[in-house]
Ligand binder design. Structure first.
Ligand code: F3S
Length: 395
């Protein structure tokens, strides 16, 4: 199959729009050829992952600096979490050396015209596509949310391919950009009461583990809040590589429905919880906000911490987007959280910040955070509701 390019796309590939655009177009066309795309399509929004210097390292920074020499974004482009709160990093124990390198990464993106939001929930702070809109997002939880809950069309981009889409305003038309590839392949019936974000994370873990990359059609869940759907999206994408799901009565996409049904019961949920609860975990780190906390979650935490004090020896991070933190400051939530000795951390999260070796055990409401705490940071983990996490913090 031959990938057809418009005259403008051909010019980009020939270097008429600069070095960075040429490199970006090379990436987009190479992907198009690998996946058998017939053409490129315009995208209206991009979310870039691979922002923390802890993950990027020197080589990643060098690549970005090179792209920033003459690269400019063509569409609204936002950023995933960095390795630190870009303003208050000092009080969170981040080293000046790391901070300097992280700042250089964000500066490179800014030079290219990227809106330096540093959040994995761009849809909560102004990068919200609509149903059927073609976008190019990296960050698996946001991809899953955008495809499933919003009904936008995106593949699961990597950092470089998302940046390439931002610099060209294009992506190759393959995979989840095509309606026929978005149909459900496996059906699950949930026969368990899901009460909170931790339960939605656990059900995501169960379905993710069972379904792998197949597209699930889920019945039996009668209602889910935005916060619960972001938790589910993060978890099902982490444990299974799922980039889209359908939830009957809740998500908007049209799909055919597979006939065979697999049942998920409370005991599956209990088994998933048991897997994430390490015996004898010594909890010295509590984190809420994976994916980044909404203003509603921050209000809930602030209310619970009001007038209380975090127990000595424990560190508490509530992680969120900078615009949401600003709103929390305005509403007085920040003061309540920080007066209690917890931190409202913008721009970063417990998985991408350089935290290895700093803590022994993490308590969180997020199944995805447990995955990275164990794998990347070698922490022991316990998964609880947000309420239980905060109770543990001030116990
Ligand atoms: Fe977001 Fe970090 Fe969780 S990027 S989804 S808060 S691991």
């Amino acid at each position: 199959m031959v990938l057809e390019l418009t005259p403008e796309e051909r010019e980009m590939l020939d270097g008429k729009h600069g070095k960075a655009t040429r490199k970006a177009m090379e990436i987009i066309t190479a992907l198009g050829e690998i996946y058998g795309a017939k053409r490129l399509i315009p995208v209206s929004s991009v979310q870039i992952a691979g922002v923390s210097y802890d993950n990027l390292g020197e080589a990643g920074l060098e690549y970005l600096s090179e792209m920033a020499e003459d690269g400019q974004t063509m569409v609204l482009t936002t950023l995933n979490p960095a390795g630190m709160d870009m303003l208050e990093w000092k009080k969170h124990g981040i080293s000046p050396d790391f901070a300097e390198m992280q700042q250089r990464v964000v500066d490179a993106f800014e030079k290219m015209g990227v809106v330096t939001t540093c959040t994995c929930t761009p849809y909560l702070i102004g990068n919200l596509p609509h149903y059927g809109e073609h976008i190019a997002w990296a960050e698996s939880s946001a991809v899953c949310f955008a495809n499933s809950v919003v009904g936008a069309f995106t593949n699961r981009e990597g950092g470089p391919s998302a940046l390439a889409a931002a610099l060209t305003g294009r992506t190759a038309e393959y995979g989840l950009h095509l309606e026929e590839n978005r149909m459900a392949q496996v059906k699950y019936e949930v026969r368990a009461d899901l009460k909170d974000t931790d339960d939605f994370g656990l059900i995501g873990q169960v379905i993710g583990n069972r379904t792998g990359k197949l597209i699930p059609y889920i019945i039996g869940i009668s209602k889910a809040s935005t916060e619960e759907l972001k938790s589910f999206s993060a978890s099902v994408a982490t444990y299974g590589g799922v980039a889209i799901f359908h939830m009957e009565g809740i998500t908007p996409n049209r799909t055919t429905v597979p006939e065979k049904t697999e049942i998920i019961t409370k005991s599956d949920l209990d088994a998933a919880r048991a897997q994430l609860d390490d015996e004898g975990a010594e909890i010295d780190f509590i984190s809420v906000g994976c994916p980044h906390a909404s203003i509603k979650e921050i209000a809930q935490v602030a209310e619970m911490l009001d007038g209380k004090s975090v127990t000595e020896g424990k560190t508490v991070w509530i992680t969120t987007a900078k615009p949401t933190k600003d709103l929390a400051i305005k509403m007085g939530y920040y003061d309540k959280i920080e007066k209690a000795g917890a931190f409202l951390v913008a721009d970063a999260c417990c998985a991408v910040a350089p935290l290895k070796g700093r803590f022994k055990g993490l308590m969180t409401d997020s199944a995805k955070a447990c995955f990275y705490a164990r794998g990347k940071n070698k922490f022991k983990t316990e998964i609880r509701t947000i309420e239980e996490c905060i109770k543990e913090a001030v116990r």
